[in-house]
Write a protein that binds this ligand. Sequence first.
Ligand code: NDP
Length: 332
Amino acid sequence: MDYQPDKDRYKKINYRRCGNSGIKLPVLSLGLWHNFGAADDYENCRSILHAAFDNGITHFDLANNYGPPPGAAEIKFGKIFQQDFRSFRDELIISSKAGYQMWDGPYGDWGSKKYLFSSLDQSLKRMGLDYVDIFYHHRPDPETPLEETMSALDLVVRQGKALYIGISNYKPAEAKKAIDLLHQLGTPCLLIQPRYNMFDRWIEDGLLDVIGKEKIGCITFSSLAQGLLTNKYLNGIPADSRAGRHLKNGAITESQITEDKVKKVKELNKVAAGRNQSLAQMALAWVLKDERITSIILGASKPTQIADSIKGAGNIHFSKEELDKIDSILQQ
Ligand code: NDP
């Protein structure tokens, strides 16, 4: 059956301006790192994308290597896009990235102009798109001059293959240098994509200052710590959870669900209950309380997780007592 998106979708979520750019992003976006591999059920993937768009999520985040195998998420997304979203292209912000190992030989990894240029062409073919809205350098390359990497990003924008540029996993000093280079080239950096959650607060140590000062956007990933900051691991490891499925490619493992982490999660869950939120909702609200965060890229294995998570974006106000309590739990 033809997909008809919810007519009220734009009333369901807030949009924040991405730095001082012309683009607004929904406070929650959807990422396709996991659950969109070749073996994942097509209809479930479709339902997740429908649930996102029906709730006003206009931004889908991909990368060349998402799968498994690498490239599979872009192929699956491309198929669903052609089936259901083609006529909504102008309502969507679609991103891809290059920076991790993608193909054999010296030109399939890191940050050379040769790699970034070829990889974006491959991504566009896999998704069946003429352009992506955002193209990212996925991780800094210690060997390629930053000037070369940034001029490759500038080039793809000038060619119309990407509208905006982002950088991911850059530390504060290298992010500032990349932002300056892009500025000089005339293609400003739209946004930075770092990991940020209650257990991993490294961006509070410099990166958020760069983002605020330079007035660029920030879109965070793994803000639920891959599911650990939800109620699913409170009483063991469910077989259908990300940890329980024994995935590879950086997925959370059983050994990372430690006794200490579960103890903290249980305490945090009590604070969330006091706010009439689930832990997942509070974990997302906690990230969004900082106005410098434009959006959170959510992962989802089921469509119902999208609507559930969106409720978290409704109450992002925390009292000083709640914040102190959360900090004291995390510091235990
Ligand atoms: P999350 O921390 O949001 O984890 C997603 C997982 O949390 C889901 O698969 C699901 O786990 C669980 N979950 C989500 N919502 C709920 C809910 N409401 N209730 C209970 N459980 C829930 O993010 P990811 O680590 O998946 O990252 C999100 C996106 O960020 C990626 O898809 C990618 O686009 C981007 N990313 C970018 C990186 C980079 O280097 N730039 C690196 C990593 C991610 P379960 O499967 O167990 O049901």
